[in-house]
Design a protein around this ligand. Sequence first.
Ligand SMILES: C[S@@+](CC[C@H](N)C(=O)[O-])C[C@H]1O[C@@H](n2cnc3c(N)ncnc32)[C@H](O)[C@@H]1O
Length: 198
Amino acid sequence: MENNVFEQMAQRYDTEDRMELAKVIVKEVRPELQNCQSKTLIDYGSGTGLVSLELTDLVDSILLVDSSKQMLDVAKAKISHKGITNATVLYSDFTQDTPELKADIVLLSLVLLHIPDTKKILQELFNILNQGGKLIIIDFDKNDIINHPKVHNGFSHEDLKEKLSEAGFKSINIKTFHYGNRIFMNQDASMFISSNIK
Ligand SMILES: C[S@@+](CC[C@H](N)C(=O)[O-])C[C@H]1O[C@@H](n2cnc3c(N)ncnc32)[C@H](O)[C@@H]1O
């Protein structure tokens, strides 16, 4: 896989600011995982595991998937250091090749903005979910101040709802839950959570 920006920043990814933001995300995601003790979760674009390694007590198992090997190396070291027994990692990029996997829950935290073809990745994730499974997306609301060639400048709720519906999701919910200073490419921004059932 190409040597992307995340490969270079893996060792210094867990800054105070990112850890603070991850805490806000964890607080929002945990209520989505009530009564999920027997469920499997894929954290797609897990990075160093800032979010999903705080969810391991709520589900049966977590697979952290990322297209950056070095981000996963940091996650793996944390899993071992914390003695977590129900989390493993997988180096993969579903936009290139989707492995034969199934899960009850897929989590995408601050990843969708990095994937150019939103429609295609939503379709791949839909296919991986078991019937009745849940896709949870955390990302930034559309922000016209931001302009970057490789990153979506957030998502409009209407546009994302349409793409989720086209991918086949039946119950689609999106709500903004956090406003923060300089949290999206150094600009003030808001984040949404989207919870969708297959
Ligand atoms: C901003 S980080 C978010 C990390 C983590 N989810 C969190 O909330 O702390 C984005 C992550 O997505 C990964 N990523 C980007 N494009 C990807 C792709 N096509 N497939 C898998 N992972 C990808 C990057 O390597 C990086 O680790």
